[in-house]
Each structure stands twice: as C-alpha cells, then as structure tokens.
Write a new protein. Sequence first.
Length: 814
Amino acid sequence: MDSQKTISYANLTINGQIFTVTKATIKESLEEIFFAECEGYCESMESPLVQSLNSTLLNDPDGYKFLDKQAVLKIKKIALQNASDKSSVSLPGSQDTDESVYSGIISEVSYMGTSNAGGHKSSISQKYFFKFVLSSPLFRLSINSANRIFTDQTIIDVVKEILKFYRTSLIKEVDFSNIKNSYGPREYISQYNESDLNFLQRICFNNGIYFYEDDRKIYFYDTVTISGLKPASQDGAVSNAPSGFREVNFNPNINNALKQECISAINKTEILNANNFSYSSQNTMYPTVLDTVNSKQNEKTKYNAHFHLGQYSFTQQESLNIPTELKRRRSILNLNTYIADSNVFGLKLNNGVSLSYDPSALKNDTKFDFIIIALVQNFVDETNLENRLDTSDIVPISGKSFSTSYSNQIIMLPSSTVYVPKFKTKPRSPEVTLGVVIGNNGIDDEKNTIHTDEHGRVKVRINAFSSQETVDNCFNPNGINTTNTKDYSHSAYLRVMTPIASSDSGFFAIPRIGDEVVVSFLEGDIDKPMVSASLYNAYNPQLPNLPSDYHQTTLSSKTIGVNESGRNEFTFSNLKDKEHIYLKAQKDYGELIQHDFTQTILNDKSSKVLGTYTERIQEAHVQTIDLAKNVNVGAEYLTTVGLSKDTVVGLSNTVNVGVDNKIRVGQDSSEYVGNDKNIEIKGNLDTIIYQNENRTVKEDKKDVIEGSYEMSSSKGINKYTQEHIVLQADNYIDIKSKSNLTTNTDSQHTEVADSKFSDIKSNYEVDAGNQILHQVGNAQIEITSNNVIIRAGGIEAIFDQRGITVIGGEVRAE
C-alpha cells in the first residue's frame, strides 16, 4: 500500500501508513486507559481488503497490517478567530497547546469501503475509508485472563512484575517517581480469572494508586497519606495536584460570538448516598473515621464501628481490605465532581485548570482551581474530506455542508479535593478448589515432612493457579527471553480449618508436604483462602487396605520423614461381633489423668511389656483378685516398702525361687506360723546375727545333722536346761580349750568310759569336799580330808597324821 502525506488537522500513522482523520472521539480518564475512535481514509492503488484476503489465503501470520500495530494520532489546534481577527484568550506561550499527540496501538479496524466504487479507469488511486480504535498500549494487558498468586510483595512490586511481561510491547516508559507513600509487603495478593489490566487497576485503585499516560510515559500516582501507610516524603500530606494551572475563561453564552476558547457550561450532580464504608455516621456528607473520632473537633460526632473478625481470617495484617480513609475520601469526591463543556484545546489529564469568570459578569476577578480527572474530546474535520474528495466520487458535492469543529467534556475536581480512584470489585473466587501442600523444595524431596510457621499455617500449590506457570515461564515470540522464574501458584501461608479451634479446646493437625487439600475462600474473597479439608489419592493413599478393610475408621499420623514408614494409629474395626479398637504408638505413649481413672474389662486383659515396667502410686494401691494370681519373674524381683507391708493369705502361700532368694529387713523382722513350718535347704545355710539371738521352743527341739556340726563363739557358750543334757557321739567327743576347762554340777558328776587318758602338761589338781576315790578292779585309792587309803590285793595302806599304817601285809624296801 503506498502512503501519501496529506495536509489536515488530524493524521493517524500506522506502521508507516498515514491516514487522514476526519472524525475522532478521544476518551481519557484517571480510571480507564485512553482510547480514540477515529474515522479516516488513505489513498492507494491497491485495495487493503484484497491485501487482507490474500494474506488469509496464504496463511500469513503477519497478514494483519494494522491490528495490534503501533500508531500515533496527531491533532492540530483549529484556528478559532473572532470578528476582529484576534484570539479571544491569551494562552501560555507553549507549543504543547497547538498539537495533541496520542501514541498507542490499534485495537480495532473496520474497512468501510472506497469513494470510487464505480472503478473509473481515469483514477490511478482511490480513497479507502476506515474506522480505527487507537488504544493505550496498556490495552495489551486486557487481552488475557490470568491466575497468579503474589506473596510477601508490595503493591508496587506486583505492578512492576506484571509490567515486566510487557516490557517489549508497552512502547512507553513507566514512571513511578510520583509514588509518595511507602507500601509494606502483603502476605497474599491474588489474581484470578481477570486480565492483567483489570488486576492492575483493582490492586492500584483499591489502595489509592492511579495511573495515566501521555505520548511518552505512563505515570503512576498515589493519593494522600493513608492510615497505616508511611509517606516517603517528610511532610505529612502528599498532594496529587499539578504544580501549575492553565487559566481558562468561563463563558456561558451559547453563541460565543467572539469565538473564545472557554468553558461554556458546568454541571454538578449531588446524590444522597448511604455510607459505603466501615463506619456508620450520623451525617452522610461528613462521614466519620475511627482516626478522627477522639479529636476535639469531633467530640460531638457519634459513630458505630462495625468490627468483623474476618479481617484476621487469613493473615495477621489488617490491610487486606480497602483502607477506610480512602473510602471516606471517595465519598467526598462523589459530592464534589463537576462536568464542564469546553472548546479549549490542549487540556491534559491530571492537569490543573484555573477557571475565570468574565469580568463583565462578576465585579471581582474570582478564580476557581480544578483538576481534570477525565476528558472526552470530539474532533470533526469534514472540510478536509471536501478538499480531498475526488471528482469521480459517486456522492454529489452540491447540497452538502462541511464543517470543522473541536469540543470536549471535562470531569474535574476542586483542587482542594483529593482524588481517589473508583474502587474495583474483586473477582468472585471459586467455592472450593484443590491444591497440594508444598515446602521449600520439590514435593518428592520433602514428602511427608512439615513446613509451617508459628501459626501452624502451610503453603499450598493451588490447582486453579497452576496452569499460569506454563504461560508465564515461556519465551517471548519476539525472541527476547522473558522466562519467569517465579511460581505463581504457590500461596502464602494459609490457615488450616479444624473442627474445633480455640485456646480452650481444639483439634490440631498440620497437613504434610505432598498432601492434597481442599482450598476454600472466606466470604468468597479470592484473597482469603484457607485449607478446609484433605483428600486421599493414589499418590497419598489411605491407611486401611480397601476394599477389604472398608469397615475400619482410622486416625493415623505417620512418622515425619521422606522415607519413614512408622505411624501412630487409632483404628476402629466395626464388623458385627468383631468390633475392635486398635491403638498404636510408634514409640512413646503417655497418659495424664488429673483425677480419677476407672477401667472396666468384662473379659480378659493381656499386657506385654518388652522393656521396663515402672509404676508409681503416691497413695494406696488396693488390688482385689477374686480367684488366682500368677506372677512369673524371669530374673530379679524387687519389692520396696517404705513403711509396713502386710500379706494375708487365706490358705497356702508358696514361693518358688529358681536361684537366689534374699530378704532384707532394715529393722525388726517378725514371723508367725500358726502350725508347722518346714524348711528344706539343699545347699548351705549361712546366718549372721550382729547382735543377740534369742530363740524359744515351747516343746521339743531336734536337730539332725548328717554331716559335722561346728559351733564357734567369740565369747562364752552357755547352755541351760531344767532337766538334763546328753552329749552322745557314736565315735568320740573332743573338748578343747585354750584356757581353763571347768565342769560344775550341783549334784553327782559321773563319767562312764571304756578307758580314760589324761595328759596334763603342768599341774593336775583334784579338790573334793569329802572324798576322792580312784578304783581299778578291787584296787582303790581313797582320799579324804584326814587320810589317804590305798587298797590292793587284800592289803590296805593308810596315810594319816600318825604316819603309815599297813594292814594285812608287810613293809619292804628294795
């Protein structure tokens, strides 16, 4: 297509092709991206429609010559002259007001036909008429639908991250230098089923941030200091008003005979609306906020605060909702919005207008300052169409009227009113969706482990957001690597729903990494997700083996670890006549009962302890066994009783000890046997008594010693009997003393022996009170206190004081 440069008030240049614009409507707003609806034509020797058809038949991906191409719209100021050929108003000396430039992309193209429909051969080129929609390059952010999750990022960081995807297609510089507030990081910001543009508008507008553009830059601004945010500048308030104001006259005369550039009409609508933010007020026009209630100037103001615990339902931050201060200021803005009709050329969005009344209509030169928040411009240049109309056009010129005009409609605020953008509604969340609990690394590397924070929350990879990763982590078609390394399906830490949750009672369990969970959204808010349930699947199966164990109800908790298989388990088996409760502790098991514990077992009880069994009872232990008790101790058995121990056995008591038996008594020991007592010792009996031993036998005592009997005493041995003592040995009896040996009897002392031998190393003394008689057969030696008589062989020798007397024999000396 051959381009031809034309002379006109408005031109549209698309991909090197220049179009003459005959009509344009340009809409700009601080709440919407700009777009311009243009009608115009170009002159060419080849039909654009035929070119498009050929591209379609050839399946040419670049066949769309105009759509989504960069374009520039330029509109020159139309000369408005009064009767004296002079301008009616003195404008600032700047060339910016003589031409308006709009840079963007073509978002819509309509081919309307040609002016030479008859196809006259004398015409080399024809006029081809089009309708175009020139949109902001931000329009490219509106032709997608994305699901993303941003965690621990500020609003500004999220905006920059979204714009990063379009850094090669924005064609304009992005300017954040007018952001004055300091925005803290948010735990959770989500984008769900909304375009990037709608998402940017929502998170920006709902936080007092707005943006607009000119032909070179996209500017981001924020409103005054919001409660809870810290201003980046040192002064307390941040102004979004421009530094300079353009002076414009107000002339309500509809004829405007002097052809002035002026505002010809101003309208304002005031509507009494219900308070639309968190705090009720007695006065709708002057709503109350919590921050100002306690100040002196508001002492008479009454309000009711609507507190809702839902603001803490997901996060510890309170800034999930639109700040109340912004809602209050938006309410004030709605009551102070003005709409003006004008023919003033070169007005700019977010710039100031100083409105002056005509001095003839007002004694004092009063000025009112406004900020432009929206602008609709209408441009018509039919004279250009008339001048360029070819003689071969089928529409006759005669009778046609042509005009060139420019007008606009301005929506503006008093400069004292702070601009707050209109809030955007969040997309409605799904009722529920699924997700997988995640940690810091891959799921397979951390499966069956726990990743949580101090509140017991977990991170979840939400399925509704997971497909976005494939889209964002791809290469740009233009060849520039825009691979994104972030994972937009990972949530922040989510709270976990539980049947009971309070500091007084509750059920607590943290889902493990790899668990499939159900994610619900509190109040339908996409920014308030929570884990509401968990699901079994083939990757994470249930504990019972189905379908065979369908009757089981199980509560289990596996040992934490990637390759761990142990688990704590509580299982109910519910088969008829086989009902069973199974409790398993993988390692330790503890019970704490702060009062009574009652246990009733209607049948048997078996208990097996493979290690040590320790039991402590601080008071009494009462045990009643109606039948038998059998205690088998394979090794040692130790019983320690701090005070007394009483054992009552109704019949017999048998103690079987396989090896050793020790009884240790700290003080006295008493034993009572009502009848007989038998002791059988197959080995030795060793008895040590550190003090005295007293033993009383009421009747007879008999010791049978099949071996030897040895008695050793460090001191004396005294034996006493009221009748007799018999020492009898089948062999011999030895009595040995290292000192004296004394035998004392009050009556007869009789020794009967076959023979007797006495070996006295020293003296041998016999002391008798009456008589000593030694006799062998018929021979005797009789000793009394008076004499000694020796009798032998019929002879008797008497030794007394008289000498020796021999009876019956003679005395011889040899």
